[in-house]
Ligand binder design. Sequence first.
Ligand code: ADP
Length: 243
Amino acid sequence: LDKSKVVLRCEAATMAFGGNVAVREVSIDVRQGEIVGLVGPNGSGKTTLFNLISGIYRPKGGRIIVDGQDISGLRADEIACLGIGRTYQIPRPFNELTVRECIAIGRSFGRGAVPLREAMQSAEAFARFVGLGAQIETRADKLSLQQKKALELARALAGEPKLLLVDEVASGLSINEIRTFVEHIREIRDRYGITVIWVEHIFSALARVVDRLVVLDSGSVIADAPLQEAVKDERVLATYLGH
Ligand code: ADP
C-alpha cells in the first residue's frame, strides 16, 4: 500500500443540469488506502459527484483522473474495468437471482472479469466475507435489509475495485448492523488495500472509520480535512445543524 499515491483526482470537476450547477469545480485528491467520508445536505451534489466519477455523467468542466489517466470521456463500463466499483443506495439485487448469481454478475462487470462458470464458483468467498456464506443459494428477495446491503457490497467487491464508492448504507440498519458494516469497510481497506469514498447521512457510522471528511454544500467543497479537524469546523457544523 502506497499511501502517498493519488488514486483519484478530481480537478475542478463541474456538472450542471440546465442552469443548476450540481457540482461546482470540485477538486479533491484521494490516496491509496484512504477511507473518505463524503457528506453534505440533500441536494449538495454527492450523488452527482459519484455519477461523474463512475462515468454515468460526463463532466461539463474539469477532469476526473484515476491513477494518472484522464477518464472524463470514458463510458461507465470502461471505468468499471479500470477498477472503480460502486454500491447503490437502494439495494437493487436482481430479486429472482440467488446470492451466488448476483455476486457472479458483479464479478463479470468489473476489473476481475472471468467466465461466468468461474465467477459462480468464486462468488462464495465474497459471500462469506460479508457474512452471507450460509445464504449463497438464497434468492435475493428473501434476504433481510441488512443482508441485501451486504450482498450489494459483495457484488461490488466481486468486480475487484481498487476504488469503491459506497452510497448510503446505514439508514434502516440497527446500531449493531451498522457496526458490522463499518468493520467490513475497514477490512476491505486493511486486507485488500481498497480505497473507499463513502457517502453517508448517519454520521456516527462514518466517524468510526473514515480518515478524512469532504463536505459539499451547494455543489462546492466547503471542507476537506482529517476527521478530527473537520468536525471542529464551524461551517461543517452549520451545514449539519442547518439540515
Ligand atoms: P445529493 O446526492 O447530495 O443529495 P444530488 O447530486 O442528488 O445531491 O443533487 C445535486 C443537485 O443536482 C440537486 O439540485 C439536484 O436537484 C440536481 N440533480 C441531480 N441529478 C439531476 C438530474 N438527473 N437532472 C436534473 N437535476 C439533477
